[in-house]
Design a protein around this ligand. Sequence first.
Ligand code: AMP
Ligand code: MG
Length: 264
Amino acid sequence: MSESERWRVAPGSTVDLTTIDPGSTDGAPGEGDKDATKATFKDLRHELRDLQARLWAEREQALLVVLQAMDAGGKDGTVKHVFRGANPMGIRVTSFKKPSEDELDHDFLWRVHKVTPAKGEIGVFNRSHYEDVLVVRVHELVPEQTWRPRYETIRAFEDGLTRAGTRVVKLYLHISKDEQKERFDARRDTPEKRWKWNDQDLVERKRWDDYRSAYEEAIAETSTDAAPWYVVPADHKWYRNWAVSRILIETLHDMDPQFPTETR
Ligand code: AMP
Ligand code: MG
């Protein structure tokens, strides 16, 4: 069993997030020891950097990493820590916000497809097209007849990306409601974190269960062999960083990018 199997959602399975412990440290080095895991994470970061250098030099394949989570779930922190040391030229991070008028005048994938990674690049989506079956569903921004068929549209879209040489890896950073509360409190009470605070977050928090079931269905409907979902326990940031880098490294090893032997 590859290590990342542990977090992968098998295609066709149902997802019940209440049965997955957000505080899990399963499989981490030193039997879930924080310091041992942090030390290993440093090595993994170097390995990721080396694999990225190959991917960039090869320019034949791309990797798309989709990050989704509840508010304060650790999407920004994952980008910051996991890709530290990577060559910024080959990394393309996109944060998806509320769609603009212009974006809303197009189909929901329009703004997404434009920013998928080119050959050689690692594209990181901080939020993604999945918001169009999550927040959009929870707040009934469009009727069910509109959002439900999007699962199929998304599967086809990601399948198309895969056929064109882009590997798609989707990560749900799984935090507990208690951990979210602690992170919200920290945002409010720490001057360096206050800029992240948004009063709307409390409104969303009241819809926790609605978001959870929307996530469960979206993940179950769209975890495919070509574009799998991974549910990463994320209450412990050190575990999350380690697990995410393990998943990305295994994926990149499987892609097996090579330095070109010919000169340009
Ligand atoms: P943040 O990630 O904290 O910067 O917040 C971005 C906000 O944009 C979140 O509240 C998302 O729910 C919202 N958002 C992102 N994509 C969409 C979308 N397709 N439709 C509606 N809201 C969205
Ligand atoms: Mg926010």
